[in-house]
Design a protein around this ligand. Structure first.
Ligand code: ZN
Length: 111
């Protein structure tokens, strides 16, 4: 499972940033175009954290919607992750992604 190996990497990174501490919660930003399945990610968390410093930790996900810059609207517009890269308002093609590919730890809460 793709998400499980990603989370093992996350837990390794958390261990390095707060070595030996009992982790209570891990906050992450996950973009809707990051290729990560949020449902699978939540399930994989329960497996990944077993016997680690994150064993008691809650996973707090901040889902970042994908957006593109539309030169026609001169605005950043949110797109559906399954849509082609075009502005949902005026249908102008644009590949100028502004967010949505995030997959990063943003904060860690320790005891
Ligand atoms: Zn537009």
């Amino acid at each position: 499972m793709h998400e499980l190996s990603l989370l093992r990497g996350v837990i390794d990174a958390v261990n390095e940033s707060v070595p030996g501490r009992n982790v209570l919660a891990v906050g992450m930003k996950v973009g809707t175009r990051s290729g990560v399945d949020v449902y699978a990610l939540r399930q994989a968390w329960d497996l990944a954290r077993v016997d680690t410093t994150c064993a008691q930790a809650r996973l707090d996900l901040d889902i970042i919607p994908a957006a593109v810059w539309c030169p026609q609207c001169e605005d950043t517009v949110e797109i559906d992750e399954y849509f082609a890269l075009r502005c949902p308002k005026c249908d102008t093609p644009t590949a100028d992604l502004r967010g949505g590919d995030e997959f990063q730890v943003t904060w860690v809460d320790v005891e």
